[in-house]
Ligand binder design. Structure first.
Ligand SMILES: [Zn+2]
Length: 198
């Protein structure tokens, strides 16, 4: 047993400082037959590839209302989001979306079709949102949520939404409700417009 348990835990930055194979400090090189800089170990030769992460979630509907969760975690603490989170190893996108809904809202849902696929290259992420039907109005928000509630489409807190992928997915849904059809959409979200330096 060691007694060096941290007082708190946080997601480590993606960039690694040391080789996970041998502990040598990482350097950036273009490996043979590759075409871009990679984090690599000059001692043992391990190349530490980094690839985009998948965020999976749902747009859950209960009697014409949308289920949103108020985030209890950073980033975007205290803002409203669709249930969503990072896909875990060994699960499908659908399983991940169901799991996140259970963890964040405690909601029973029936998963529908894939609705939005959103590339977010500046965050090195791809977001997937499924349509879902909520089976019971009973919600049991988990520790990642301050609250979970149903919002009428005319009551969506647009100014307090956590992420642009959430906002654009809801915007598409509003438009599709008017049209009565819900085609899958694939689009990308660019970098936020930089603010003028002061
Ligand atoms: Zn190494």
């Amino acid at each position: 047993m060691t007694s060096d348990a941290s007082a708190f835990y946080f997601p480590a930055p993606r960039a690694q400082r040391f080789c996970s194979q041998c502990g040598t400090p990482i350097s950036q090189i273009v490996p043979p037959d590759d075409n871009r800089l990679r984090d690599a170990c000059g001692r043992c030769g391990a190349v530490h590839y980094q690839n985009p992460r998948n965020v999976v979630g749902v747009l859950p509907i209960w009697q014409d209302k949308v289920l949103l969760c108020r985030r209890a975690i950073e980033p975007r603490y205290n803002t409203w989001t669709l249930p969503a989170g990072f896909m875990e190893l060994g699960e499908t996108t659908a399983q991940g979306a169901m799991r996140e809904t259970q963890e964040e809202a405690g909601a029973q849902i029936e998963l529908g079709s894939l609705y939005t696929i959103i590339d977010v290259p500046h965050a090195d992420q791809v977001h997937f949102f499924y349509l879902a039907r909520v089976l019971s109005p009973k919600l049991y928000p988990g520790p990642e949520s301050l609250d979970a509630r149903f919002f009428g489409l005319d009551r969506i807190p647009w100014d307090e939404l956590a992420f642009r992928t959430v906002a654009t997915t809801l915007e598409h849904y509003m438009a599709d409700v008017s049209e009565g059809s819900f085609p899958m959409r694939h689009y990308d979200i660019g970098s936020p417009v930089p603010t003028t330096p002061v």
